[in-house]
Design a protein. Structure first.
Length: 311
């Protein structure tokens, strides 16, 4: 039921990035358990309302591109997606290797070319674009990939397109080391996207959440579920830390996209109400809800303040 001015979103995309799974429960840098971070993210996904229709991973799926890591990724993610009724979209990252990625995620053996794919979910087109460069960490797009993308976008989708890619085509003023491994020749991509139905670009790579625009299109970069980048390190050029992990949820409406960061770490609740309050609110008229929730001295808001607040 609609409680405010806006209807429910048409589409919900859970945007996860950079799980960096290792085979056999390996630890990153001997300290970070990437599987634990992914499991936290998947558990949080189960509590999203409305549930996502797409689980979108924007690259660096396996830290060392081990076949067993890709297999484990599917073992963890696919049952959750099935429970949610969601489609899974994988995207290549610089830590992934094309042949292992294709063989273990799609059953395509001997496929070591660009891993570009398209999925349509209830009229929303999701394009996974491979920006990886074999043997390197920066990103590039081959002329053939740009031509393929232009052909895909030549026909608008009923509800537009989400473009997923690992390397975000944006400045990174809070993480200047990433400038060395950014996406090359971004102007060529901008030329392809001009005038198309791409509504948002979702990316990863940076291990922080950040936002910008590219060619007039909103860009959302999701943080990582493994370790994250400290954007304000003390006397360090780069600082990866075991904290602040998160994913992002994109809610797509007819005329806008809303992004929300969902932290993975549990935190103690200090105030709130149980879920059954929703049914009580839905039974009220809009005027009654306004009085109950907006008026500062309503019983609802007095209860919300609790016994420990100042008089």
């Amino acid at each position: 039921m609609q409680l405010g001015q806006y209807p429910s979103p048409r589409h919900v995309v859970a945007h996860l990035s950079d799980p960096h799974l290792l085979a056999a429960g390996g630890l990153q840098y001997g300290a970070v358990d990437p599987e634990r971070g992914l499991l936290l993210a998947l558990e949080r996904l189960r509590h999203l309302d409305p549930a996502p229709q797409v689980l979108l991973f924007t690259g660096d799926l396996a830290d060392k591109a081990q076949p067993a890591a890709y297999v484990r990724l599917r073992e963890l993610v696919e049952p959750v997606a099935a429970d949610l009724g969601a489609q899974v979209v994988w995207t290549m990252g610089n830590h992934d290797e094309r042949a292992a990625y294709a063989a273990n995620l799609y059953g395509e053996h001997g496929h070591d070319g660009p891993q570009d794919r398209v999925l349509e979910v209830d009229g929303l087109r999701v394009v996974a674009l491979d920006t990886s460069v074999p043997g390197y960490h920066h990103g590039e797009l081959e002329p053939a990939q740009l031509a393929w993308l232009a052909d895909v976008l030549a026909t608008p989708a009923p509800h537009g397109t989400v473009l997923a890619m690992h390397h975000p085509p944006i400045p990174v003023p809070m993480l200047r080391a990433a400038e060395v491994i950014e996406l090359e020749d971004q102007a060529a991509l901008a030329a392809v996207l001009a005038g198309t139905d791409v509504r948002v670009i979702l990316a990863g790579h940076l291990h922080i959440s950040t936002y910008s625009t590219f060619a007039g299109i909103p860009v959302s970069v999701a943080s990582a579920s493994c370790y994250t980048s400290d954007p304000a390190p003390v006397e360090r050029f780069v600082s990866g830390v075991d904290g602040h992990q998160a994913f992002t949820v994109a809610h797509l409406y007819a005329d806008r996209v809303v992004h929300t960061i969902v932290p993975l770490a549990p935190a103690p609740e200090v105030t709130g109400f149980p879920a059954d309050v929703v049914a009580q609110l839905e039974a009220l008229t809009p005027a009654e809800r306004r009085e109950l929730l907006s008026r500062k001295n309503s019983d609802f808001n007095i209860d919300l303040e609790g016994p420990f607040d100042d008089e």
